[in-house]
Structure formats: structure tokens, C-alpha cells
Design a protein around this ligand. Sequence first.
Ligand code: SAH
Length: 466
Amino acid sequence: MQHFPIFLNLDGRRVVLSGGGEVALAKLRLLLKTTARITVFAAAPAPEIEDWAARGLLTLHRRAMLPGDALCAALVYAADEEAALDAQTARIGRAEGALVNIVDNLADSAFITPAIVDRDPVTVAIGTEGAAPVLARRIKADLEARLPATLGSLARIGKGFRKMAENLPFGRARRAFWADYYFNAGPRAMDQGGESAAGSALDDLLARHLSGDPARGRVDFVGAGPGDPELLTLKARKALDAADVVIHDRLVGPGVLELARREAQMIDAGKHGFGQAMGQDDINALIVAHARAGAHVVRLKGGDPTVFGRLDEEIKAVTAHQLPHAIIPGITAAAAASASLGRSLTKRGRNSQVRFLTGHDTKGFADHDWRALAVPGAVAAIYMGKRAARFIQGRLLMHGGAPDTPVTVVENASCPGQRTLETTLGRMEPDMEQAALNGPAMTFIGLAPRRAQAALPDTPQAQETF
Ligand code: SAH
């Protein structure tokens, strides 16, 4: 190890930087995270530097550095990206007793600035002695993804609680408490109620750990997205990583399920359109039973859990047993399907609202405000609309819907078997019947694929009348 990592106290210390371009900006953005007194020398400073100077965040001299300019500086950065000028800066810096860094010149630098993951007061510094910057970037990206964004605030709150935590025996019990706080209870409380909730979560958590029964189960209602595993949120991935039990819908595909922790117990609570594979009460009971036994249950739902997912019934069951829960949103099928059409769901001058409808509800085909839906320009995304196609078509036509209103059905949006059926309100039912759709399908009323418009300029779907 040629470069020894240390954390330097820059509070109130002088840091001098010569340079006013891109490289200087990148270094200054990092330095501005500190409480150092920063002085910049630049004949032609970038507007951002001017702005920082105007706001009093640094002192700016619009000239090259001269002997005497680095007096009392702890660090000097030569960031002019010009060898002669950088060498001059370095000479002055060294002569005046500062540690010098010439940006992108490892050999002539006394120190290097690592890649930083900033969760202040937690700071991770990554260095490769200049050998593999790509590797440093990858490690940084991995850590950025892995460490909760709120970790810094949690660490600050936790610091004030260290004395209280000493009520737990030193060693394993105390470590388990802090791990539970930083990676479970803390981030959850922070998500739900901000810093004050994260603070009070500490008291509850300590009480539980002191009682000797820290293992309390919990339930995350997680949106699995429309099928493509890359459309999962980072939070969903983390929940899957940590799950003891995963209870999933039929809609959740194998690519997503594979991301669950190896040891996790996987339970398929798949439901079918009408009749159900497992009744809702059975699912509720299953979630509660596992969580009460101390498991971290991930209730994985296709798309977004708050859209046509009977989420409230499950939450009611969970809260009835005082089990903690969280909702992790996902990308709903309508969003994935509209993206596949190259279309936005709303458009200025066309539709200022979009409706998410279900084709059927517990009583059968669902009734809606058909008159409003039949208005020219109206856009609706219909979930579970396959079997109800004839019913929907009939109602819309009956309420004045134009037969040439575009209708687009996207089957298996974001999945390998994705198919798009382009039709009109007048032809919707026979076309859908003929297409023999057998995957989940999103039916859009009032929306045509963008590509078809360019290709077929004379067809009704092609006109920008909707
Ligand atoms: N919570 C889910 C919707 C559950 S209802 C979400 O937010 O997406 C189930 C219906 O969603 C299906 O009948 C179908 O209409 C739609 N759907 C779900 N995944 C889909 C996909 N990949 N492609 C098209 N439609 C989908």
C-alpha cells in the first residue's frame, strides 16, 4: 500500500485550488462538502465558481497563483489541466508547506482524492492507487445502491443514543441492536415518518431487544413491476434480498422471483381472473401467520401494490395484529405498456386526465362513467379488460364513443412475449377475440402506438384527433 488512507480534519483549514474549468469544478463540488476555507485562483472561472464565490462559499481570485498564495494551506489542488501551469501551482504549494495534488498526475502528487460514498457522517473512501478507476467507480456504484440514502441521518441520530444502548450487554446483543436499527427499523421509520420517527424507533427497538425478543416479524408490500426484473425499484430488490418468506402473485414472473434471497421460502398465492387459486382470506392469514412467527414477509404484487391489488384488505389484516408493515411502490402495468407504445398517457391539449379502470370487479363486469370515457380525447387504461372487451365496447359505443377511437392492447408489457394489438373501438371485441391473448393485457382507450402513426398516415388511428 503506497497511499495510506486517512480522514483529514479540514474544519476551518485553508484549501487552495488553481483552475476554473471542468476538473476544478469536480474537485470543488467535493471540497464544498467540507467546512474548509476554500480559495480559488482562476483567470477564467466557470459560472458555477462565480456563483459559489458570490454566495460566500469560497474566495475567488481572478488571476493565476503567485508565491505566497498557498501560505497556511493544508491542501493545494493544481487543477488547470495544463502541465506548465499545474507544475507552477505545485511548486508554490510545496514551497509553502502544503500537501499537493495535481489532478490526473499521480506521480507528482503527494496525495490522491478517493472516490467517495457520502452518507455523512459515514464516509466511504475508495482508492485503487490509480490502477483501476473503473473498478473504483463500480464499487462506488454498488455501495451507493446498497447503503440506504438515509444512513447518514440514522448514524447521526444513533450517535445520540449510544449511551442508552449501553443498557444492552456489550458484544453480540448490542451489535444485533445496531444492525437491526441501521438496516431494518431505522430506514423503515425514516421512510414513514422522517427523522422524528427514526428517533422514536430507537426507544421501541431497545425495549424489544432488552426484553430478549427482538425477532418481530414484519411485512413489506412490494411492487414487483410489470415483469422485467430491471424495472424493479432498488427498495424492492433490497426487500427481496432480506426476505424470509415471499408470497407472490401469479403475475410475478420467474426473473423477479430469482432475485429473492436463496434461503427464502417462496409461496405462490396466484389468483386467476375470476375464481381464485387461493382465497383472499387465506392469503391474509398466511401473511399474518408468517409475520407473527417472526419472519420478514415480502408480499410481492405485480406492478404497483396500490393499483387493483386488494392491498387495503391485507394491510387491515396485518395491522390487526400490530405487525409493522411498509409499502414499496412499483411500476404499474399502464406505465410499462404506454412506454412500449412510445406514448405519454397525458398530453397537453388532448387529455388532462387519464383513468385507470378495472374490467371487472367482485360483482362481475365493472360499471364506470361511460359518458365521460366516450368523450373524444379521453384516455383510459383498462386493467383486467380482456373478458370484458365486448361489454366495454358496447357501453362506450352506446354512450356516444366514436367507432374510430383508437384502442391498443399491450399483452405481456415489458416481458419477452410482449405483443401489441392495434385496433379501434368499433373493431375492438372481434380483434381481441381473434388475437387469442393469453398473457396479462392492458387495454388503452384513446391511445395508439406512436410508430403506427408514422407508418400509416391515412388510417383513422393515425390522425391526431384524439
Ligand atoms: N397491481 C398491478 C395490477 C394488478 S391487476 C399493476 O399495478 O400493474 C392485473 C392486471 O394488470 C392484468 O389483468 C393486466 O390487465 C394488467 N397487467 C399486469 N401486468 C401486465 C403486463 N406485464 N402487461 C400488460 N398488462 C399487465
